[in-house]
Write a protein that binds this ligand. Sequence first.
Ligand SMILES: C[S@@+](CC[C@H](N)C(=O)[O-])C[C@H]1O[C@@H](n2cnc3c(N)ncnc32)[C@H](O)[C@@H]1O
Length: 282
Amino acid sequence: MAIADSSSYRDHRRVLPQHMAALTLLQGRLSVPTTDHLSWLDLACGRGQIILFLDENLSAEARSRIEYWGYDIHQESTRETARTAGQLGLARIESHVGDLANFNRVLPPNVQFDFITLTNTVHEILPARFALLLIDALKRLTTNGTLFIYDMERIAPPELGAVPWRRDDIRRIVLKVISELGVLNYRPEVPTWSHSSTTGWSVQIDRRYLETEPDQYEARLTAAVAATEQEISDVVRDRLCECRSALEALTTYGAETSEEEGDKERLLFEFWALERASRTTT
Ligand SMILES: C[S@@+](CC[C@H](N)C(=O)[O-])C[C@H]1O[C@@H](n2cnc3c(N)ncnc32)[C@H](O)[C@@H]1O
């Protein structure tokens, strides 16, 4: 289920830096001489902002090798995205409607993707569902596939029920999945990116570094779900504790600076989202 405050952005005037980052990875993959086609699953595609300028970002020849799959809970969004995709000369366009929690069941089995994006959406996902989503996405990667996720540490304006994860939370969760797979030497970077009004984080996970034993890959991922769910639950508990202390301090001593004054509203929104999340995590 999507939160009611969810909003999908479409702006014909600018490319968002998070989309630019994803498209730069895509461009690199399409430039590999052996890439005769590339399947791209855009989870929570929204209104297609990421492909809005694709005719400027990539040559017609490169675009003609892309099979684009858009997936979102809102049919009007997938329709708008498909309409945009339809003008780009792509090899194939697929639109699927459903909850992210079910994407693996909604998409046809045995279809795998060279590139999976999940941008600006993790804060809208119920933390109890995030482990399975992450692991299902990793299962859907081709052996050379990449999962790219980008989101914000703070949502402005705040959205009721949204959990803005921090870089360190995401790093903890990703490293947990990787250690559960028995992979010792792969530690994907989770950088932060300063924007004018907030900070973003991103992570890129390449399947080729996750496969210790290829025939065990899916089974090991399935086995990693419970431990990852537990890690997410621990992160939520830690964050809730931190948020409660910060609110307690503001209640007792008041806000001294305009920054602390602004923090009040943010912390209240976060408290509600984390408290709600803590009721659904293990
Ligand atoms: C802020 S928009 C981001 C859209 C796009 N990825 C982008 O970067 O522009 C979040 C999207 O997530 C979708 N969404 C939120 N919760 C969802 C869920 N549980 N299942 C499927 N889609 C969901 C919303 O419909 C919305 O299109």
